[in-house]
Design a binder for this molecule. Sequence first.
Ligand code: ZN
Length: 343
Amino acid sequence: MRAFDHPADVAHAPGFFLMRGALRPNYEVPARAVSLREGLARLGVAAETPALPDRAALERVHAADYLDWLSTAHAAWEALPGAGPEVVANIHPSPEMLAQGGRAPAGMVGQTGWYTADTACPIGPGTWDAAVGAAGCALAAAEVVAGGEDAYALCRPPGHHAYAARAGGHCYVNNAALAAVAMRDRGAGRVAVLDIDSHHGNGTQGIFWDSADVLTVSVHGDPAGYYPWYVGRAHETGGRAAPGFNLNLPLSPGTGDDSWLAAVAAGLARVAEFQPDALVLSLGFDASEHEPLGYLRVTAEGFARAGEMIGAARVPTAIIQEGGYNVDLLGTLLARFLNGFGR
Ligand code: ZN
């Protein structure tokens, strides 16, 4: 299988992370990519460096004003008196503010709250370059899949929490959404996105909420007790223009292999019913039983079996790396998954 990886990821080394009011080291670190590369090497796969996407390719998913902000945010932040080392919001517009005509201000602090969903997407000096590199990996994988083969994109930072005009949850540019749209642009009539990261793919759901030609399915920990908290429930089934084209399969805390694999099977059944020309798999490993931000309890064997099930669907697949933060295990879990996928 061809794989893509961009060296710019190493320049994105976020520090800030807020958890239950405590400041902790950020989990989305360059060592994650090192571990994933080791997993590829174990399979004898050498990742290729993709071309960087141009602005027009990013604008197929993301709003121009958001990209302008994201690409210049760190430099603008550094110019603020007394600014910390990373761009982090300390205010977000509330629903009341928005209902009463709230809008993005010219000032950087207000813009940061406008263009981010939470404090878990700090922007440092290398964030933009890394995010564009990750997007390049996803788009290169999409191109391979448009030719009828499968491909893996080692995307770091991940993307599935990013909306068209908002970063959040370690994500800045939605790599999976870019891949899905690129496949549509290259002639796929219908594209399905299956997200098996342990967190709901809220950004991807948001981007395709009103798209009946892109089915979105997410298997994840129940947002009643887990990020992204406000969405990811079963009643969210798509916008007015695409009713029934979003499927959320939330799972209770502590869910292990059998129930997790049953949910993946239910997601695949909906994908099969949709009869897609291509599949985007948002692959996270944070459902692992050894995950530091753990909620689900999936074993390495469980990931291998998920790989088998998704491979058996026989739809050309772009596998897009999302989360998973156990640096010691990521490479092993990727190798087990791809071995099971087996194509
Ligand atoms: Zn996740």
